[in-house]
Design a protein around this ligand. Structure first.
Ligand SMILES: Cc1cc2nc3c(=O)[nH]c(=O)nc-3n(C[C@H](O)[C@H](O)[C@H](O)COP(=O)(O)O)c2cc1C
Length: 190
């Protein structure tokens, strides 16, 4: 298979796979490290490498789950115990959850959006790597990410932009992706 065929297959085959589809099967620490290793090869202007990650696994997932339950209790407009249970179950259904953090260096001279963009590229690298390893993953952006500083150490120049859930899905998850054709979003100047 050519490099293009491999890359194209991996890109098109990546899907958001949600915790309800994960089995309790373990993802080895070494495998999580391989996924994080892919993250650091994302493009990064001035090589600021603005991504930071906090991995919740094993017992650590319970801390995230408890934090979510408590946060929901404190912020819900109309509290429902069922909803609280549902929200806080996700970290425990996953085998690992990675908090995605952007570090904005005020001395870089770069616009902040470039650091968000670089970190998003890092997440895509993780997602593609997970997918190629048969690991289901998805990027979740619940409101709680604005308050993650209450759970994990974060510097003032850091912002959590999501939770990356990972788990090994049951069998092969064959979900068709849909996207608009290239002509719908591209203009050519020739
Ligand atoms: C920045 C970002 C944030 C996302 N946040 C959520 C989210 O909070 N909840 C969710 O269900 N999916 C979230 N997703 C995943 C998308 O729902 C998913 O990528 C989309 O449905 C397309 O499906 P696919 O990734 O399988 O092609 C997010 C994706 C991105 C890139």
């Amino acid at each position: 298979m050519s490099d293009f065929a491999i890359v194209s297959k991996v890109i098109r085959g990546r899907r958001a796979i949600f915790p309800k589809s994960y089995t309790p099967q373990e993802i080895e620490v070494e495998t999580i490290k391989d996924i994080l290793d892919s993250a650091r090869w994302a493009p990064t202007h001035k090589r600021m490498e603005p991504w930071r990650f906090v991995v919740f696994r094993g017992e650590g997932r319970q801390k995230l789950s408890d934090f979510m339950a408590e946060d929901y209790k404190n912020t819900a407009v109309s509290f429902s115990e069922a909803r609280q249970k549902q929200l806080s179950a996700n970290p425990l259904l996953a085998n690992a959850v990675i908090a995605i953090i952007v570090h904005i260096n005020p001395d870089s001279g770069l616009p902040e959006w470039e650091e968000y963009a670089a970190t998003a590229c890092a997440v895509q690298n993780m997602w593609l790597t997970a997918s190629s390893l048969g690991i289901g993953a998805y990027w979740s952006t619940p409101g709680i990410i604005q308050r993650m500083g209450a759970l994990i150490d974060m510097e003032p120049e850091q912002k959590c932009i999501g939770l990356f859930y990972m788990g090994i899905p049951e069998g092969e998850v064959l979900q068709e992706g849909t996207r608009k054709p290239v002509e719908d979003f591209t203009k050519w100047v020739e």
